[in-house]
Design a protein around this ligand. Sequence first.
Ligand code: SF4
Length: 348
Amino acid sequence: MARLNPAARIVVTGCYATRRPAEVSALPSVAQVVVNDAKPRLVPLIVGGAGDDDPCGTPLEPGLAGRTAFTLRVQTGCDERCSYCIIPATRGRARSVPLDEVLREVERVAEAGFKEIVLTGVHLGSWGRDAEPRRQLVDLLRALDGRGVLFRLSSLEPMDCPPALVRLVAESTSFAPHFHLPLQHASDAVLARMRRPYTAAQYAALAAEVRAKMPSAAIGADVIVGFPGETDAEFDELIGYLDRSPLTHLHVFPYSDRPGTAASALPGRVPGAVVRERASRTREAGRRLNLAFRDAQLGAIRRALTVDDGAAVVTDNYLKLRVPSGRRRNQWVPVRIVSHTDGEPLGG
Ligand code: SF4
């Protein structure tokens, strides 16, 4: 970035910036380093001005920064100890935004005209565990049900997705039929080395339950390939599961070492060429899953929100379609899914 944009002033934030601020400051053209805890005030920190009463430091308006849906962070930090992850060291213990604060913010955002709110957190599924009395994410969802906006859950760890939550999302129109359930791997041996607290069978049962209750739900997953010690047989277990799974899209991450993590000290580093080949085979499996999902949705009518210039929509089950122009952004429309070509936007 610095080389291609010699005049740029670069502001760096995120885990790396929090962990090694001095190292990041010394990189070319870095004007400012904003640690994770200061990130809610990122914009005022960069442009100056108070902004403390406005968590975004920016006026609240649908479409701002190209976003039609509002992203609402209800939790941060993580108490899990996945062996490859540096987040617990950089984001601290899990902390939840209290229920009444979330409700106030939802009201403010809805009044500003937003029709869809994405609930996010570093470890969203742990929302409420630090509250007094202790609560669960499903309690938050019950409190949000029926507020006139559509809520979409961002990434939710499989161990944090109990049947009551799946049932609520399936039965209420307040929630998008869309789950993102990080899988990471489908070999129990690899999951154990990753210190993920579930088995491949438990994950498969959860994904099957979501699919059984919501035949049209989008179900995404993150997958890590080339984790230390990953054998051909373990990788085949992963591809074997993906091919028979009800998942609809994948985010594939070639294993990337984070110094200081437990995984970094594991033996059996997988050679780069093998990691790349496995990543490409896994992305291919992801493309097959997504194509099958798009095929299955042809002819369906879904509720969708117009985005961008109004000539595109995002459906409740997370499909982006081109539609005839002439509408404004941020309008609910029913859309019939009429066409798709691999790699092209769907038509509706
Ligand atoms: S991968 Fe997710 S659940 Fe695991 S330690 Fe990192 S943030 Fe926590």
